[in-house]
Ligand binder design. Structure first.
Ligand code: NAD
Length: 308
């Protein structure tokens, strides 16, 4: 199992670290455009191997895609992150060019790879990778919902004053401050709906804090977060690499599912060795359906800025 991560910045390096610590991949290649940067991160991470007890080999490359050849999974984190006060959508001007070039270079050397798109605005970047590569839809996965769901569970546990392992919940829709649809009506504590424990007001607080989860961290850190994004990507990579058939909300090209077409947006999917093995269509409440449609309109508006 060979995994390439393009962009050895905050999210890319965190993702490589979590993949290595979980010790399921033979090799992780980090690639960055900045001279020596990926090599340095790879060497630093390799020096944690004896301490953390993993055998995954991590190598770095400055923009030499031959080193990424025959990767099974490729992860695109290259591009600029947002600064405090910015929306993810504002990154499109710079990131679209980077993501398109990187995806083309990667697939030239690994035509059978499954692609995970992380760079923002992620749903639109995932759509761009479809347009730029023509890969089948099961092979292109946008990571956003796995992270947003982890943030949702964090806030649910806080509101319930419960351990995180007690709670379950999922966020679908667009990966944006306004587009996320945290499925609060479906969220549970040990299979009991959270509405049994929380007031309407508290549930609304959870939903709103989840939606601005990324912005809250960007304000605190001065740049976008990396631990939870890296962990979320590593979860997707592991599900595919180990054929786990796990369900995550991921951005995928919809062709009629959820009454949406020609758009990449977050919905529950099953991940296994073939990438997206199934799109799971769940019954949404009328309010959730309306929010999903509104979210899709926002993503389509951003897609309209692409030159494809
Ligand atoms: N989808 C999500 O849930 C999620 C979560 C967090 C961050 N992000 C996004 O991920 C991206 C990366 O964030 P970060 O915090 O790691 O940023 P960062 O600046 O720390 O790292 C980005 C790296 O990309 C490299 N890069 C730029 N152009 C490149 C190219 N053409 N080829 C190869 N490498 C190139 C840069 O040199 C840099 O090292 C941002 O767009 C951010 O918004 C997405």
């Amino acid at each position: 199992m060979k995994v390439t991560v393009v962009g050895a910045g905050a999210v890319g390096a965190s993702c490589a670290e979590y993949i290595a610590i979980k010790d399921f991949a033979a090799e992780v290649v980090l690639l960055d455009i900045k001279e020596g940067y990926a090599e340095g991160k790879a060497m630093d991470l390799m020096q944690t191997a004896s301490l953390n007890g993993f055998d995954t080999k991590i190598t770095g490359s400055t923009n030499d895609y031959s080193k990424t050849a025959n990767s099974d999974i490729v992860v695109i984190t290259s591009g600029i992150p947002r600064k405090p006060g910015m929306t993810r959508e504002e990154l499109i001007g710079i990131n679209a060019g980077i993501v398109k070039t990187v995806a083309t270079n990667l697939l030239e050397h690994s035509p059978n790879a499954t692609v995970i798109v992380v760079s923002n605005p992620m749903d639109t970047m995932t759509y761009l990778v479809h347009k730029a590569t023509g890969l089948p839809r099961n092979k292109i996965i946008g990571m956003g919902g796995a992270l947003d769901s982890a943030r949702f569970k964090y806030r649910l546990a806080e509101a319930l004053d419960a351990p995180i392992s007690d709670v379950d919940g999922m966020v679908i829709g667009g990966h944006s401050d306004t587009g996320m649809v945290p499925l609060i009506a479906h969220a549970t504590r040990n299979s009991i709906k959270v509405s049994e424990f929380l007031s309407e007001e508290k549930m609304q607080w959870v939903v709103e804090e989840t939606k601005v989860g990324g912005a809250t961290l960007t304000k605190l850190l001065g740049t976008s977060a990396w631990y939870a994004p890296g962990a979320a990507v590593s979860g997707l990579v592991q599900a595919i690499a180990c054929d786990q058939k796990k369900m995550f909300p991921c951005s995928t090209l919809l062709e009629g599912e959820y009454d949406l077409d020609d758009i990449c947006i977050g919905v529950p999917v099953i991940l296994g060795k073939n990438g997206i093995e199934k799109i799971v269509e769940i019954e949404l409440t009328d309010a959730e359906k309306a929010k999903m449609q509104e979210s899709a309109e926002g993503v389509k508006k951003t897609n309209g800025l692409l030159d494809v």
